[in-house]
Design a protein around this ligand. Structure first.
Ligand code: PLP
Length: 417
């Protein structure tokens, strides 16, 4: 029996073959080999249900939203509102006004930085992030700090990639204006103790933004239970279209924040002397939004909901454990990121080889992984590595595909030595 067939106690109820049939792209062959798509942390593939929701909207209901009296505009507005409601439920927010549609996690963080941050961070203040951040949660804060004369402070991790929460708490002081931290590391897979982090921030009177880009694909999120002030994610990492995502913000904070982009839809009344603004979330949604994108995101949320996030989490945890074991057997291969609590991301390096060379050979075998700094250069510096190879798993992947990955990595190592 192949190792892949030796199933552990199943803690999920999920029919992978049926799921795979929903993703037409997974039938593709690459360089003559069946595609093994293991680049899900960069972006996930799209199920037929999402693609069809997009085309149905364009075929049957497309129009601009909010400003039309005519039937199509009302249908499109209702569908867009419905998508916002789905995101609200998905995140566990209590009020749909707390959900702002944006292009993705990057834009959501920029919105908070240039609206909330511009208003609340001043000279001598501090913004506290962690050593596990994606550039999207570093560079906007860094630019804000540079413009305001504030400092960017970075909470350390240990060599396994575990955040040192005690040290982080000691870094909080009277000048700390916000904590901005990732929920799950896109490089190491570390799941941060966001609940404790949020409680810690609030104990010190500091609001907390959580970057959930790598968390929402794998785990249930309930912003009300977490009590965070802001939570951001991207639709394309949860089987939705690219170019759409959401910012959750606590209503009191959003209400007080100034608009960051201005134009149509975000206004209440405009004269040449003065403009008053629409209510949240519209105050932050200037111009025609990605209407179809929001509808596609709603369809993706429905799709994940049908499988069930608990099933997804349990199945992907099995893939992670299996991949960790299979890759861990390969001589000379070192897994980077060994936190006890991880999501389904495995970064690795191989003695004497460059990650890009490994990925190039894997590509010839039909195996898609990612290599490089993964938009986390400071983390790479902390780890003393120029980059890693990263395989990241979805509920449509299988243990057999992980066997193909492990075989292709072995072949690459033989070829490169
Ligand atoms: N934050 C994390 C942890 C990510 O992994 C990513 C993308 O990989 C982002 C933010 C940025 O997401 P996007 O490019 O969709 O805005």
């Amino acid at each position: 029996m192949s190792p892949a067939a030796q199933t552990l106690e199943r803690k999920w109820d999920l029919d992978v073959e049926k799921i795979r049939a929903d993703f037409p792209i997974l039938q593709k062959r690459v360089h003559g080999k069946p595609l093994v798509y293991l680049d899900n942390a960069a972006s996930t593939q799209k199920p037929r249900q999402v693609i069809e929701a997009l085309s149905r909207f364009y075929f049957e209901s497309y129009s601009n939203i909010h400003r039309g009296i005519h039937e199509l505009s009302q249908e499109a507005t209702a569908a867009h509102d419905d998508a916002r409601e789905k995101v609200r439920r998905f995140l566990g927010a209590s009020d749909r006004h707390e959900i702002v549609f944006v292009r993705g996690a990057t834009e959501a963080i920029n919105l908070v930085v240039w609206s909330w941050g511009w208003q609340n961070v001043g000279a001598g203040d501090e913004v506290l992030i962690t050593a596990l951040e994606h550039h999207a949660n570093i560079v906007p804060w860094q630019m804000l700090c540079a413009r305001k004369g504030a400092s960017l402070c970075v909470a350390p991790i240990d060599d396994r990639g575990v955040l040192l929460l005690d040290k982080m708490e000691k870094m909080i002081n009277g000048r700390t204006r916000i904590i901005a931290a990732t929920h799950v590391s896109n490089v190491l897979g570390t799941v941060n103790p966001v609940h404790e982090m949020i409680e810690m921030g609030h104990r010190h009177g500091v609001p907390v933004l959580i970057d959930g880009a790598q968390a929402v694909p794998h785990t249930a999120v309930d912003v009300a239970a977490l009590g965070c002030d802001f939570y951001v994610f991207s639709g394309h990492k949860i089987y939705g279209p690219s170019g759409i995502g959401a910012l959750y913000g606590r209503r009191e904070l959003l209400d007080e924040m100034p608009p960051w982009q201005c134009g149509g839809d975000m206004i209440d009344r405009v004269t040449y002397d003065k403009t008053t603004f629409n209510v949240v979330p519209y105050k932050f949604e200037a111009g025609t939004p990605d209407i179809a994108g929001a509808i596609g995101l709603g369809a993706a949320i429905d799709y994940m909901g049908k499988i069930g996030i608990e099933n997804i989490a349990a199945y992907e945890q099995d893939l992670l454990d299996y991949a960790t074991a299979r890759l861990g057997e390969i001589p000379g291969l070192r897994i980077v990121g060994t936190a006890p609590h991880k999501a389904s991301v495995v970064s690795f390096v191989v003695d004497g080889t460059h990650p890009t060379d490994i990925a190039t050979i894997l590509d010839q075998e039909g195996v898609a992984i990612r290599t490089g700094h993964h938009c986390a250069m400071p983390l790479m510096e902390r780890l003393g590595l120029p980059g890693t190879a990263r395989a990241s798993f979805s509920f449509y992947n299988t243990r057999e595909e992980i066997d193909v990955l492990a075989g292709a990595v072995k072949k690459a190592i033989e070829m490169l030595r």
